[in-house]
Design a protein around this ligand. Structure first.
Ligand SMILES: Cc1ncc(COP(=O)(O)O)c(C=O)c1O
Length: 592
């Protein structure tokens, strides 16, 4: 769909538009056109409003409009139409997304363009003999300024018909990159409705202020593979992947069929546990170094909370050293409303890759510390993703050992994404306990607290855990099938290779632009961040960049890294690079 849209942006208009001499213009047409000029032009706003509905014009319609314009122009001596007409005839590339469905208004806009475009003067004369092309560019640029056309996706910049010096001219004009706003009418209406029945309409990180308000959709309708479609029918490349669970793609038939089979033939919600739980636990044991034993839960927050409880139960100590987001439960939630201070006063935070901060904390509280919990890859909100510095994870491991604390790796994001055995296998540092979730079942709700038997056995008696739905088996089936596919199709190797290619190309794209940006070093988790500047314009630049990106149907979050999934194609990645390139050009050229 996206590619189809792209193609409509570059429509070769074969120069067969008939030039109708003035003498052939009938009195009826004359009257109509003159009326149109006198009645409609005065009410055209200086900057036309962007309508909610877009029309993709057919070549036929363009011909009709241009023909009528040419007819009209022959009547207005102010326009040197003898030049303008061949200029239009020479137009071979016309972008045709227009922000209105009303052809009369469109025609009026086009006439305004003609009337206000000075075809005689050219500040940047292109090569000699390129007269018509120069007019064409002027004309296209004028239309673009009025947002009547959108050469978003760089149709003109990529077109071989446009010569390098002309491309430079287009770039200098700085008008080629402002893509039209999306139609989000249904999302907005549904959001208003949602606010009447759900506090805030939608929850937490899915709220519009976490994206760009008014520019991003709020409700999705469906997804397939690496794409998602909102309720207004806009289709996007999905690089947020549901904040991590989608590792293969949306609606994976093999996985869904396995779950449906379980649902239809066995059932999944019982007072007792089905043996498939053991199969999955054994699978994890074979894949993950520390996973001698496993307890399955339903979310990442369940898993991290259980891991800290096991550590407290095992050591008889209270304090926790933490680094990263670990979920919404009382001991670690970022927003403290509704949480008594005593529930988190024993929890201390240190920054990823700052071993010295943890050393200081352990010097003060080491003998009372039950656990150090850390994400093995750093991914703080709105900041760049980080790999561990040499010695960081080893240093954390050594501090836990030195003070007798339990080391927990929170692998909710890194698990089943950066390596089938988790980041602990990738980096060769083994924790005592570890948590998994998200990508483990390609979207089915599952979490796992795994660990060495000596710690996990605390759950036999002293440490209690239970929930009605924890043993539900649909997600066990989905997880086993997902893992089977990950291994069989070497999914994680494929994602890594795609991500490495993407990152290398992204580096080149970012380097081309004036605006100062950063990129995630982790190939599976792409992220473009904006470096802080003294004038504090980076925030506005970030908003503009992500606005341009979503308008080009690339769904990424401005404050959270993205993910590459198995179903993202090479073409998807190439398109995304192009969209990033254009969006950065927009930022480059805008004055802040
Ligand atoms: C590293 C990490 N830990 C824990 C959690 C909590 O997981 P959940 O949202 O499934 O409760 C998240 C969620 O984003 C996470 O990224």
């Amino acid at each position: 769909m996206i590619l189809e849209t792209l193609e409509t942006l570059v429509i070769p208009v074969i120069p067969v538009i008939p030039v109708i001499p003035a003498i052939l213009v009938t009195p009826v047409i004359l009257v109509t056109l003159v009326t149109l000029v006198t009645l409609v032009i005065p009410v055209i706003p200086a900057t036309p409003m962007i309508q909610t509905n877009q029309t993709t014009l057919t070549i036929q319609t363009i011909r009709v409009i241009l023909t009528s314009l040419m007819n009209l122009a022959t009547l207005i001596p102010a326009i040197p139409m003898t030049r303008a007409i061949p200029a239009i005839r020479a137009t071979q590339t016309v972008a045709v997304i227009v922000p209105t469905q009303n052809l009369q208004i469109l025609t009026a806009h086009l006439m305004t363009v003609l009337l206000t475009t000075d075809f005689k003067t050219t500040e940047n004369p292109p090569a000699t003999g390129d007269f018509f092309c120069r007019k064409k560019l002027k004309f296209v640029i004028a239309l673009t300024k009025l947002r009547l056309i959108c050469p978003a996706s760089g149709s003109a910049l990529d077109s071989q018909l446009v010569l390098p010096h002309q491309k430079a001219y287009i770039r200098r004009e700085g008008i080629m990159y402002d893509a039209p706003k999306l139609n989000l009418t249904k999302s907005m209406a549904e959001f208003e409705h949602g606010k009447t029945c759900t506090p805030g309409g939608v929850l937490g990180i899915r709220r519009p202020y976490n994206f760009v308000e008014g520019e991003y959709p709020i409700y999705f309708d469906h997804g397939k593979g690496g794409r998602i479609t909102d309720i207004d029918g806009n289709e996007y490349l999905d690089y947020l992947c549901a904040y991590g669970p989608i590792i293969i793609g949306h609606r994976e038939e093999e996985i869904d069929n396995a779950a449906i089979d379980q649902m239809r033939n066995k059932g999944f919600c019982f007072s007792l546990t089905q043996p498939i739980q053991n199969q999955l636990a054994v699978k994890l044991k074979n894949l993950i170094k520390c996973a001698e034993m496993t307890v399955f839960v339903k979310t990442g927050s369940d898993a991290t909370t259980l891991a800290t409880r096991v550590a407290r139960g095992y050591t008889g100590r209270n304090k926790i050293m933490r680094c990263g987001y670990h979920g919404w439960h009382d001991w670690c939630v970022e927003v403290k409303g509704g949480v008594p201070a005593k529930l988190y006063e024993d929890v201390y935070e240190f920054h990823y890759n700052h071993l010295e901060q943890l050393e200081d904390l352990m010097k003060q509280h080491g003998d009372q510390t039950a656990a150090i919990i850390v994400t093995p890859i750093g991914h703080p909100l709105a900041e760049q993703v980080e790999y561990p510095k040499p010695g960081f994870l080893e240093g954390v491991r050594a501090l836990a050992d030195k003070y007798g604390a339990v080391l927990i790796f929170d692998e909710i994001r890194s698990g089943f994404r950066v390596h089938i055995g988790g980041a602990q296998t990738l980096f060769g540092v083994t924790p005592d306990l570890s948590t998994f979730g998200k990508a483990m079942a390609n979207g089915y709700p599952i979490g796992a607290c795994v660990g060495k038997a000596q710690f996990m056995k605390k759950i036999e008696k002293e440490v209690f855990i239970s929930s009605t739905f924890f043993p539900n088996s649909l997600e066990f089936v989905a997880a086993l099938k997902t893992i089977e596919m990950l291994e069989r199709d070497k999914v994680l190797d494929v994602i890594k290779a795609k991500g490495e290619w993407f990152n290398a190309e992204l580096g080149k794209v970012l380097a081309k632009h004036k605006v100062s940006t950063g990129a995630s070093p982790v190939p599976q988790m792409p992220f473009v961040t904006f470096n802080k500047d003294e004038s504090k314009t980076y925030k506005a630049k970030r908003v503009d960049f992500y606005t341009q990106l979503i308008r080009r149907k690339v769904f990424l979050q401005p404050y959270h890294h993205g993910y590459i999934c198995y179903r993202h194609t090479d073409e998807d990645l190439k398109y995304t690079l192009k969209a990033i390139d254009e969006s950065l050009s927009f930022v480059d050229e805008k004055k802040y």
